[in-house]
Design a protein. Structure first.
Lengths: 342, 342
DNA sequence: ATGAAAGCGCTAACAA
DNA sequence: TTGTTAGCGCTTTCAT
């Protein structure tokens, strides 16, 4: 019966060795004879002993915990990323300590402080607005920070995003090739780097073709806001109505399509093409069948973990900033240009 | 500049007091004069000192971490619950340490052991198949365990679920009142208590009306499996085709509706009524507009936290097993009986 | 109310 | 390879 609170001391006594011998057996790079190892392991399993990670952390200075700060899990992209991140870290012997910074929470810096109290070995900041440069301070204090799906002008911080500018441009090219010339944009939260970059790419693409943005409304990455934005943009006389719209993420695109079809009786893609960003699972659901730019969550997570592990191992020296290219996934929500390579 | 690794020792020196005085100032129930408190707080902020939670844990035996074991985050119900759980615990000064037990993971007991190594103050097991009675051992060893959205015959363990039997019965009654007499069931994973109970309720309800289950296929709570199940159940000649189906959760119902409509060209609810369980956000999306039994995530989380806090405070004495009633949310995926009270 | 001292469970020198 | 010793940063008696 595995009782809690079995100490290495007790195991030592039972195995007839010193307490440090027990420690060595359970410490990866330590030396112990086969004989001792056997005795200790035997006693340990009999007593149900397992090392106390916290006590170990106190002395090694490594907690083997990574703090994750995330604002909301409603957008499917985040739970997906969290799942992959947690799995990837578990494989390396790390675990994720979660901190939500939802509406109710006072502010992010408070949360960052709290997370530091736990002596985490690294921090992942997912889609969070950072008021201060506290994160940069962490980085400087030697604790690795990586911005996930978000970047910042401050290049002291590492970040992993998709190639949002490239993605925006791909969308513009696709829409233009499809013969659209009244292209609208429903934006995310304008304070987000992802929003900024996606729009930059979109505008660049339009400009190359001699077009400009036909309409623009702010959706804030929120469903309700996007809903109203859609009405403002599309509940107008035909000539003023966009024939295509780039919605800044899939999460909003769902409700955009709902409003377009159920409320305004517009056909997608007959009357208006809808293209979005992320390729969350729901984008593939047939009722939406959304053409969208894929964010390679697997790769983004892998890079995030890689940065973290490198910086933990060798110390925080410099920052890496990655923008991972993602393909446009062609589905049925937007008109497909003649002979377009899938 | 808040440097890491500022100790209470350093603060003490700067404030001109003893190290224990510093500790007292940062320990809730301790006594310190206003004068000392001021001096200490001042020195602390100047140095950027914050207590090391891990060191504190070592002595108090409380880590203020709750371990969450969860299998997959794809079903929206879980990220939603996780978000609420994390928020609720944060308010009480606790934080969630996540452990995924996805396909790749060896087995749950290993994970449970790992989580115990971190000295968590409590464990939430969400929708996980437990092979052994290790969880019961934890409970006995004094560490609170609560099964979330899952129960078990072993009543040593606390659990919080929705009233799955009642929910299943509500669905039967609703479908029967709607005039259906060929009711099918696409099940979840048959090893799950939620599945078992929902089906028990369904069968009870059918029996009361003198009906029996018209068709049954296993969906395993997985989209791909549910897809095949739907084909087997509905790709048949009309007389053998159910006129209604209870899908064991919303997550599967999405794909069931997709197959029904896009692949088999059946109208929902014209040709077949679809009812499910959970009321995840996607159930309300107009393209699905799913009639479903709501699981009150807020309340389930609140109860989970309450059990945890009680048991942490007073010790694990007995177990509580809660089944929270949830309403049937009537939407458009199923025929609505004449004069049905919404 | 405060300081000195002990010790939570462990790792990491240091000798032997 | 092993035991002894000294802490990691903190809380908590115990005196004062």
């Amino acid at each position: 019966m595995a009782n809690d609170k079995v100490t290495s001391q007790q195991v030592a006594k039972r195995a007839g060795v010193s307490q440090s011998a027990v420690s060595r057996v359970f410490t990866p790079g330590a030396s112990a004879s086969l004989k001792t190892t056997d005795k200790v392991r035997k006693a340990a399993t009999e007593l149900g002993y397992r090392p106390n990670v916290l006590a170990r952390s106190l002395i090694t200075g490594k907690s083997r915990m990574i703090g994750l700060i995330v604002a909301y899990l409603e957008n499917q992209f985040y739970p997906e990323a969290l799942e992959k991140l947690s799995n990837a870290l578990q494989e390396k012997g790390y675990h994720v300590l979660i901190f939500m910074t939802s509406q109710t929470t006072v502010n992010i810096d408070t949360v960052l402080q709290e997370i530091l109290d736990y002596q985490v070995d690294g921090i992942v900041l997912a889609s969070v607005a950072m008021s201060s440069d506290l994160a940069a301070q962490c980085q400087m204090a030697g604790i690795p920070v990586v911005l996930f799906n978000r970047s910042q002008d401050d290049d002291r911080l590492s970040s992993v995003t998709s190639d949002n500018i490239g993605g925006g441009r791909k969308i513009a090219e696709f829409l233009i090739a499809g013969g659209h010339n009244k292209i609208g944009h429903i934006t995310g939260w304008e304070g987000a780097s992802t929003q900024r970059d996606r729009e930059i790419g979109l505008l660049e693409g339009l400009k190359s073709a001699g077009q400009t943005l036909f309409a623009r409304e702010v959706g804030n990455f929120q469903m309700t806001t996007a809903q109203e934005a859609t009405r403002r943009m599309f509940d107008v006389a035909e000539p003023d109505r966009p024939d295509a719209v780039f919605v800044a993420n899939d999460h909003m695109a769902i409700v955009v399509m709902d409003v377009l079809r159920s409320e305004l009786k517009l056909d997608v893609p007959g009357d208006v093409s809808v293209v979005a960003y992320d390729d969350v699972p729901a984008a593939a659901w047939l009722a939406y069948d959304l053409t969208t730019v894929r964010q390679r969550a697997n790769q983004m997570v892998a890079e995030t973990v890689s940065i973290l592990m490198d910086q933990i191992a060798t110390g925080v020296k410099d920052s890496r900033r990655l923008a991972i290219d993602g393909p446009l996934i062609i589905r049925g929500s937007a008109r497909i240009p003649e002979g377009w390579k899938k």
